[in-house]
Design a protein around this ligand. Structure first.
Ligand SMILES: [Zn+2]
Length: 334
């Protein structure tokens, strides 16, 4: 599997003790490089304002640019809880560039890729950076796909946290399905936040008790999401917001889920993209344990490179009752 990243992505918040650290790409890339099946490719560019503006109004882009340029050391962005320094704007542009390049590659040869990028993006709302995020990487790609191909896009978010920024983009051909701890940061994504737009786009939130969920239940709920996406949405592209802070032991998240779940999830996503015949791209969101991130990416690569898929460890009966009720409501709706 090709892992697309950029050498400069470690320059944002270098030298800080912040959990969203340069090591999340630099050490992960270094560890992955030693694995035969992984090709680390540096394919990036600085996304320009017009690209960022697919999601973010120019006045917000200007705020980020100005505050990064003027930052003395590391300073909080005025719109929310994300630290920036003088290099952050450039790094954030290159993160978006890496995601776009990774998708181009996947379109070219139909092989799924993993975009190993930071800062993450799913908390970034159009006019508000927050939650360690400046620009909504996956959202910008989704809008880019809409504009360039007209294809409908499904964003599947496995991160521990709810992607409030991505949810804000649902509609006009973009659907968003997320499993996440709730109530937890950022507070959105509760059981009542479900929607189906007139154009048929879906907002599906699967809030999980922050005390955790069984690995079998976690995998089973994504199997069920995949069925809904396949039968009802039939998107032209699958984007996975891949945050690994759901893994047991993550210092920020931790839903008690086994690291091996990534293999079962990749099998589900591979089957979904395969049966629809559409491109599949993973984009890094959170995940603050280096070993869990490396291990999870290797599990995903094992599925896509060697077709390795053990018998499903999904157990539909392990899906919590309140989530089964949400699924039933969605499946019964028109
Ligand atoms: Zn997260």
């Amino acid at each position: 599997m090709r892992v697309v990243t950029d050498i400069t992505l470690g320059d944002h918040l270098r030298g800080s003790t912040h959990p969203e650290s340069p090591e999340r790409v630099e050490r992960v890339a270094a560890r992955l490089r030693s694995h035969a099946g992984i090709a680390i490719v540096e394919e990036s560019f600085e996304a320009d304002d017009a690209t960022l503006a697919l999601v973010h109004p120019q006045r917000y882009i200007d705020i980020v640019a100005r505050e990064c340029e003027g930052a003395q050391g590391k300073a909080p962005l005025s719109t929310g809880d994300v630290l920036v320094d003088a290099r952050s704007m450039t790094v954030a542009r290159r993160a978006v560039g890496s995601v776009l390049r990774a998708f181009e590659g996947t379109q070219r040869d139909a092989a799924p890729r993993f975009a190993l990028v930071r800062p993450p993006g799913h908390h970034a709302e159009p006019e508000r950076g927050m939650g360690f995020c400046l620009f909504n990487n996956v959202g910008i790609l989704a809008r880019h796909i809409r504009a360039s191909t007209g294809a409908r896009v499904a964003i599947l978010d496995i991160d521990y946290h709810h992607g409030n920024g991505t949810q804000a983009l649902v509609g006009d051909g973009i659907s968003y399905c997320s499993s996440h701890a709730w109530p937890a940061y950022p507070g959105s994504g509760g059981p009542q936040e479900q929607a189906r737009s007139e154009s048929g786009d879906l907002l599906l939130n699967l809030p999980i008790d922050p005390r955790g969920i069984s690995t079998e239940g976690f995998v089973a709920l994504w199997e069920r999401v995949a069925g809904i996406v396949e039968r009802r949405l039939r998107p032209g592209a699958i984007l996975v917001s891949a945050g690994f802070d759901y893994v047991r032991g993550d210092p920020v998240g931790d839903l008690g889920v086994d690291r091996s779940a990534a293999r079962s999830l990749a099998r589900i996503f591979a089957q979904l993209a395969g049966s629809l015949g559409v491109p599949l791209l993973y984009v890094l969101e959170g995940g603050y344990d280096i070993e869990h991130t490396v291990g999870s990416i290797l599990e995903i690569a094992a599925v896509h490179d060697r077709g390795e898929a053990d018998a499903s460890d999904a157990a539909p009966s392990a899906i919590p009752t309140h989530l089964r009720e949400i699924f039933e409501r969605v499946e019964q709706s028109r």
